[in-house]
Design a protein around this ligand. Sequence first.
Ligand code: NDP
Ligand code: PYR
Ligand code: MG
Length: 557
Amino acid sequence: MTTYITKALSSLATNGTLTPPLTPNENDAKSILRSSSPHPLISPEQNLLRLKAHLQNLPTDLLKHVHLSKIRREDPSLYFSAIRDDLTGLAPIVYTPTVGEACQKYSHIYQGPEGLYLSIDDKDRMPEILAEYAAKLSTTPQILVVTDGSRILGLGDLGIGGMGISVGKLNLYVAGGGVNPHGCLPVVLDMGTNTESIRNDPLYIGLRRPRASLEEATEFMDRFMAAASSAFPNAVIQHEDFYSEAAFAFLDKYKNQYRMFNDDIEGTGSVILGGFMAAAKQASAASGKALKDHRVVFLGGGSAAVGVAKEMMNFFKMQGLTEDEARERFWLIDTKGLITSTRPDVVAGKLASHKKYFIRNDTEGKEYPSLADVVEYVKPTALVGLSTTFGAFGEDVVRRMADLNEAPIIFPLSNPTSKCELSFADALNWTGGKVVFASGSPYAPIERDGLLREPGQGNNFLVFPGIGFGALQAGAKRVTEAMITASAIALSEALNEEEKKAGLLYPRLDRIREVSARVAAGVVRKAQEEGVDTNEKLRGLDDQALIKEMNDAQWWP
Ligand SMILES: NC(=O)C1=CN([C@@H]2O[C@H](COP(=O)(O)OP(=O)(O)OC[C@H]3O[C@@H](n4cnc5c(N)ncnc54)[C@H](OP(=O)(O)O)[C@@H]3O)[C@@H](O)[C@H]2O)C=CC1
Ligand SMILES: CC(=O)C(=O)O
Ligand SMILES: [Mg+2]
């Protein structure tokens, strides 16, 4: 109770109009509070009830997001208690889709600093700035989520507004993964923005300059990665929402040097591989086709699409295919159509290097400019959307997928909902209910033919908390590709019997802590097998004991 009284008094004392007329000692405190507040004994439970009631009264999701951000800054335990009690209801507010709008309006809804803001103008001072920052913190950061704001969800270059996504991801690290909120450090690297409307906004709080070139950005990143790894030597660094060229360049450069991973390339790869394992089983059970015979068309050739396609190759390798045979199962489409060896930009050597792995050499000089052309040519069993293009899976294409397949797999994964390729309702209607569906942002379940159809949410938030937490617990020197694949397998194995019976592709959100512990255990085990772990205490434990260790290490509000 003393804490509540002291807290209440200090807030009174800092508020000019409510400052009490005398400076009380502890004994006076009760009587002053009795007369100056309606009830001095407000319990955490009552605060939680009040917060929930208040949220219900707020008219928009953005206002709820803003209010919750204020609560997080003032009382993390209250904030994470609310999320613990209703992750399904609050994830869309603190994460996608609302976090997208919050990033777009970041400078307008700004309530004060909430992490580390580093400017490219300070690139020569990274070691001093980070060392000074580390010295001032009372808790050592364990997870850093770092963005440069250059490709926030599918919303483009939002400059310093990207801080909202670093914060949003860390919300899930705490709520889903059990990382202590005081160990979470959101970081934005301000390198300017190419979005003129943001740069010219009088309220914009970032650098008003065009975005740095990749060369300049790399120089800054080199210094940041070195300084951050030295200031926070045990932390895991998650790269988030860098534009595709930079995302691949930084992952290639740093993955063997630092304890880092890229969420969009690797986290998304993992979550979609995990979901595809369940989806392919359902589709093959309906069609009788062998698992190795699935054919996957991607709309999109950016960091997410290429990352997912590369990770999904493991599905086909698990069916016994060689690397070349597995690669043959994928067709990628970008704004110029199917990526073929004879496409003029490819012939001219202008194709972005990350797309080259998936160039099709077998199209005999024919080009397939549209998604409909590619679907007709490939006759795919699965469609994956990572194109940032709302409604890009149109009625004709979706109906054709249902003609071609007993149970077409359709994953419109672009975020937020305003960029999603296909809604759940249209997917059900246009396939006559046959679709096996997962989207990046959430859709509500729909009742159809007397059955409740529950859409999957194929979003990396089902794995990145476990990947980061597992790497942290293992004291892993690196986050290897095999550790990422292990996270996907652990996710797919986390589906319980009830969820399988209900046809779900992913575990229910109310089990996320348990699922994250399993994912983390899978990551630790693989780190041990690969010899990159340093935490000797976790060696020699069997799987159940390892999962229990992960569960026990989780922070609870
Ligand atoms: N569900 C999840 O967990 C995740 C979802 N995502 C989502 O994935 C999306 C893409 O991210 P990322 O890959 O980094 O972004 P990019 O912008 O790098 O990639 C988008 C790709 O889509 C292509 N494209 C755009 N419009 C069309 C169109 N009309 N037809 C065909 N191709 C098109 C682009 O082609 P071109 O190369 O020619 O420009 C590009 O290859 C985002 O919306 C993001 O939110 C990302 C990570 C995780
Ligand atoms: C989910 C995510 O990481 C993205 O849309 O970028
Ligand atoms: Mg992302």
